[in-house]
Design a protein around this ligand. Structure first.
Ligand SMILES: [Zn+2]
Length: 132
């Protein structure tokens, strides 16, 4: 938790906001039906982030019928654009942005939101705001 906060503090606020913005646009431009399916995946807690660097998010996604191996899914996010979403599922292999990649993006945005809250709390402490 502390490490999360430290990592987020190290990245600039502007960069975090720009990445969140590009992820949001990425989702907004995606196929509506796939977005709905991605939401279902997210709600069922079938997508997990396994590893992330400043620009690449790697995760896995349990298939909808819960059988077989989990799909390996990733996407790269930079300020101003999301690029290179990949997945080992059928659609992903055909170069499409599949529901798993969208679900991973949603998961990442939600995590980013909670990291952001921690960052803001840490900033308040660091800036010496009075505690309630
Ligand atoms: Zn997929």
């Amino acid at each position: 938790m502390i490490q999360d906060v430290i990592r987020e503090i190290q990245a600039s606020r502007e960069e975090i906001l720009a990445k969140a913005q590009s992820a949001k646009i990425f989702l907004e431009l995606s196929d509506q039906k796939r977005l709905m399916r991605a939401s279902d995946i997210l709600r069922a807690d079938k997508v997990k982030i396994q590893q992330q660097s400043l620009e690449e998010i790697l995760g896995e996604c349990i298939p909808s019928d819960s059988s077989g191996e989990a799909y390996r899914v990733s996407f790269r996010v930079r300020a101003f654009r999301v690029r290179g979403a990949t997945c080992t599922c059928h659609d992903g292999q055909n170069g499409e942005v599949c529901k798993h990649a969208l679900a991973l993006c949603m998961r990442w945005l939600l995590d980013l939101q909670s990291s952001w809250k921690k960052l803001e709390e840490a900033r308040k402490v660091l800036l010496g705001s009075p505690q309630p």
